[in-house]
Design a protein around this ligand. Structure first.
Ligand SMILES: Nc1ncnc2c1ncn2[C@@H]1O[C@H](COP(=O)(O)OP(=O)(O)OP(=O)(O)O)[C@@H](O)[C@H]1O
Length: 964
């Protein structure tokens, strides 16, 4: 006995085919066989055959009751089999329906998945197309931005050049920069484009810099600029071509990626065509522009027009910028709306997909539940079937009963018992069959319920199918709507692109017109620039030539100037010498006092600091000028000769020499120094032994002069030294230096000092001895030598008497040399001591008298010579027909500037004093003889006269000085 597995049952086809045993040939199976086969019972078992045979034998003859019972059982079994077969069929049908439902659900799931994938792909494509559109737009904007920026730059530069202002490095923020900021927010492609743009910008700026370098002169545009413009235009073209190429590449890539998606493909292709058209249009416009540019070269217009046109161009550019701004804004808003719509669609699709998925999951769960239930029921039915089979197994055992019946026919009691048993068994069987029937009924009801459920499920599935279909329709509608939106967006994009292309073409037109207008001016400027350049090229050579020529001229001029200067200098010096000579002659004629000025050097005693600074300046060209700064005021004084601090004693004496010689000629010569204390009077007049001053040098000169004239003249030189101290006159060569002398008027005219010692000297060494005697006597006269020296006036009186050996005529010259002080009372520091005050006052009195005596001759009648001993003694030398030299000593330091100013002012006034022309003291031989006799006569009666001492032994001898 074999059972059919449920799997085999599930595998049954839609039209039921009962399985048959191949080993057993049965051409026309009976109904029982069919049932048994359907129930999975082997037909070779005896049961049914016996039943059939028994049923067949029933008709042939046996007892009616048993036969009827058997018939009833078989009919019940048959019905049961039929019912079972029907249940099986129904079950199979249900399973088939479930299977079909499952297949349908799988199919729908596949469809949903496909739809999902197609939608996601569509979304991707839409996104990519959108991105492509964005990139195309951004590229267009980028190109526009680049073009505008470059054109702005050009206009900016042109404006700067036309206005003549230098091109600033920074420009005001423009629309292009704002567009750039927009483009910066785009995706990587835009970033790449921005990088490309930056590179181009760098190239553009470098080219601009080069251009700026070329345009060194503002306000001029040359051919090189024009060429740079053309190169920039070419550069623009290249950039456009490059951008188009990149666009094409990107589009190709996109095409490659979205291959198979016809709508997007078409859109992209359309965009591509549009881009291609735009590119062609641009190329055409560029070609036209090129052609027109070539034609422009022959036209010419004025510069003002160019300026106006550039202004108009600028205005147009501004308008274009505004338009572009608006377009970009619109584009941005459209992009935003498109993006929002796209997002909404995506969200909706997601939601729908989500709900479909949920529904699918729910159906799957229900299906699983139903499947489980069905499996349970099948199990139950299987169990029922096993029961039924077991019953049939028992029924199989029924042939025994037949055997019993046969035995009953032989043995009636046993038969009866068997019958009763069989009837009992039949009853039990009936009861079991009833039970089975009930179970079958229950199964049928369950099956009916299941059918209902299945119906419901099928309804649900159909509803779901409907829902899916409706969803599908909705999705399709949405897709259609999206397509429409997309088409609209694409149309808008196309419109935008067309508009932008129109703007670009307009801009190109404007630029072209601008360049056509600017071209002639630029060409003119270029021509001018060429000419200027040629001139500039020639300029260095010309300049060098001119420089050479001018150098030569300057050299020649300098040479001639030098010659001229030398000549002038020589002339000047000649003139100066002549002037001096004339001046000296004039001085001789007028009898002016010669005024020499000597500035001592700065010494230790002057101290340091600001007050020890030099305030005296000299004129290098004129040795008669000296200037002094006192209290920030500079005053220039004119002297006969100015000696600087560097002047030596020798140089000073060289100027004094002619005067000294004059004394040998018989002139009355007076040399005295004047200046404040410490200004160098003693240094100049006496000098240190190593560097003697005027006194010694004068006496030495006298000797040399006398020596030279010794062949014709015989000279005697007598020296007397006096000192005026505190208005007392003392003889410094006398035996009693303290004894006071007096100045008396000679009855014959002139003055004389009775009692003054005169020593006749014959050599320079005699002079030294005389000076030593004088110093010695001076020191014995005063205990304080330093104090005295500043308040006393020492006079050296030299009388030179010459006798002509041939004519015996005599010349008598007198040389008086003395230093003098000019200090002020206040500055002497002696105002506390009455005596010293008196001395200082006397010195000043003498000096002021001397200044008074320096007035012009016409005022000389009022000169108070008698005010002081000094002036009284020197009145003949100062006021008479003598030659007088005043050596003005000046301290150079700032602290003495006041005194120096007084000294120089005084000297300036003294210089203007006219004493009258000097006269020689010449006596004829007769007069000389008479004078000799008179002197011999007077020698014993009137005065004492000192005879010269023998050489080398000077001694004081009293006598009257030779008065003239
Ligand atoms: N030309 C000179 N070169 C160098 N030293 C000088 C010169 N003139 C003056 N001196 C110096 O200046 C100082 C003052 O000079 P000096 O005694 O001759 O002045 P002074 O006018 O005679 O003064 P005082 O009226 O008080 O006698 C001295 O030490 C002297 O050596």
């Amino acid at each position: 006995m074999s059972r059919r597995s449920p799997r085999n049952v599930f595998n049954t086809p839609k039209t039921y085919q009962p399985s048959r045993s191949s080993s057993r040939p049965s051409p026309t199976p009976s109904r029982t066989e069919v049932l048994l086969e359907e129930l999975g019972i082997e037909t070779d078992d005896l049961g049914i055959q016996q039943l059939e045979s028994s049923s067949g034998s029933e008709g042939e003859g046996s007892e009616d009751g048993d036969h009827l019972q058997a018939e009833g059982l078989s009919s019940d079994a048959k019905v049961l089999h039929r019912e079972l077969s029907q249940v099986k069929i129904e079950r199979d049908e249900l399973l088939l329906r479930v299977k079909t439902l499952r297949e349908k659900s799988d199919h729908y799931q596949q469809l949903a998945n496909k739809e999902k994938t197609s939608k996601s792909q569509q979304i991707k494509i839409l996104r990519k197309t959108h991105e492509n559109q964005l990139s195309a737009k951004s590229q267009l904007m980028q190109n526009l931005h680049d073009i505008i920026e470059e054109q702005e730059g050009k206009i900016f530069e042109l404006e700067a050049q036309l206005q003549g202002t230098p091109i600033p490095e920074t420009r005001p923020s423009t629309l292009s920069e704002r567009v750039r900021s927009l483009s910066d927010s785009l995706d990587k492609l835009q970033a790449q484009m921005a990088l490309m743009k930056e590179k181009q910008m760098v190239e553009g700026t470098s080219s601009k810099q080069e251009q700026n370098k070329e345009n060194t002169t503002p306000g001029t545009i040359n051919n090189s600029q024009m060429a740079s413009y053309l190169t920039e235009i070419n550069h623009l073209k290249k950039k456009l071509e490059d951008s188009n190429k990149t666009n094409q590449k990107l589009q190709e890539e996109q095409l490659h990626k979205i291959k198979g998606l016809t709508d997007n493909e078409k859109e992209v292709e359309y965009l591509k065509e549009e881009m291609e058209k735009m590119r062609k249009e641009k190329e055409e416009t560029e070609e036209k522009y090129q052609e027109k540019l070539k034609n422009i070269t022959e036209e010419g217009k004025s510069k003002k027009k160019q300026e106006a046109e550039s202004f108009a161009l600028k205005e147009r550019m501004k308008k274009m910028k505004k338009q572009l701004e608006e377009a970009s804004k619109q584009h941005q808003t459209e992009l935003k709306t498109l993006e929002e719509e796209k997002r909404e669609l995506e969200e909706r699709l997601k939601d729908e997909m989500k709900t479909a998925g949920e529904e699918k999951q729910r159906l799957e769960k229900e299906f699983v539940k139903e499947k489980l239930k069905m499996e349970e029921r099948l199990k139950e039915q299987d169990s029922l079937l096993t029961k039924v089979e077991s019953e049939f197994e028992k029924l199989k055992a029924s042939p025994k009963v037949v055997e019993v019946e046969v035995e009953v026919e032989v043995e009636s009691e046993d038969l009866k018992a068997a019958l009763t048993r069989s009837t009992g068994q039949c009853e039990e069987l009936k009861a079991q069959i009833l039970k089975l029937k009930q179970l079958c009924e229950a199964g049928v009801t369950d099956l009916q319920a299941k059918e209902v459920e299945n119906m419901e499920l099928s309804k649900q599935i159909s509803d779901q199918e409907n829902e899916l279909e409706s969803l599908k329709a909705e999705v399709e509608q949405e897709i259609i709507a999206m397509k429409k939106d997309k088409e609209n967006a694409l149309n808008n994009l196309k419109k935008d692109m067309r508009r932008q292309s129109d703007i670009i073409s307009h801009k190109y037109e404007a630029l072209r017109t601008c360049f056509t207008r600017l071209r002639p001016g630029l060409l003119m400027i270029g021509e001018e620039y060429k000419q200027l350049r040629a001139l500039c090229k020639q300029f260095p050579a010309m300049l060098n030539k001119a420089i050479e020529e001018t150098k030569k001229e300057i050299q020649q001029a300098l040479e001639s100037l030098e010659d001229r200067n030398l000549e002038l200098e020589q002339r000047y010096h000649k003139e100066l010498a002549r002037r001096k000579k004339y001046h000296n002659e004039l001085v001789d004629l007028k009898g002016n006092i010669r005024v020499f000025c000597r500035v001592r050097p700065i010494i230790k005693e002057d101290g340091s600091g600001i007050m020890a600074k030099n305030v005296v300046n000299f004129d290098l060209d004129d040795d008669g000028l000296i200037s002094l700064v006192n209290k920030t005021r500079r005053t220039t004084y004119e002297m006969d000769k100015v000696f600087t601090a560097e002047a030596t004693q020798q140089e000073v004496f060289a100027e004094v020499e002619p005067l000294v010689v004059s004394s040998v000629d018989g002139y009355n010569v007076c040399i005295f120094a004047y200046g404040q204390t410490g200004s160098g009077k003693t240094f100049s007049m006496e000098g240190p032994p190593s560097n003697p001053g005027i006194n010694q040098r004068a006496l030495q000169l006298l000797f040399t002069e006398v020596e030279q004239r010794s062949s014709e003249w015989e000279y005697s030189i007598k020296v007397g030294v006096m000192e005026i101290y505190n208005e007392n006159l003392r003889d410094l060569l006398g035996d009693n230096p303290i004894a006071k002398l007096d100045v008396k008027l000679n009855p014959e005219g002139g003055l004389h000092v009775p009692g003054l010692t005169e020593i006749e000297v014959e050599s320079a060494s005699d002079i030294n001895e005389v000076f030593q005697i004088g110093r010695k006597n001076r020191s014995t006269a005063s205990t304080d030598m330093n104090e005295r020296s500043s308040r006393s006036h020492a006079l050296l009186c030299v009388t030179v008497t010459g006798t002509n050996l041939r004519t015996r005529t005599k010349t008598i010259g007198l040389l008086i040399c003395r230093p003098a002080g000019s200090e002020r009372v206040g500055k002497s520091g002696s105002n506390t001591d009455a005596d010293r005050m008196k001395e200082a006052q006397n010195i000043n009195k003498s000096l002021s008298a001397l200044v008074m005596s320096s007035r012009p001759k016409r005022e000389a009648s009022h000169i108070p010579y008698r005010n002081s001993k000094l002036t009284y003694l020197l009145q003949e030398s100062l006021g008479g027909d003598s030659k007088t030299l005043m050596l003005v000593q000046v301290s150079p330091v700032a602290k003495n500037s006041g005194e120096s100013q007084c000294t120089l002012s005084f000297a300036q006034r003294v210089r203007s004093v006219e004493l009258g022309s000097a006269k020689k003291k010449v006596e004829t031989a007769e007069i000389a003889a008479l004078r000799e006799r008179l002197s011999q006569y007077e020698n014993g009666a009137v005065g004492q006269y000192s005879s010269p001492k023998p050489k080398g032994t000077p001694s004081s001898r009293k006598g009257t000085p030779k008065a003239r």
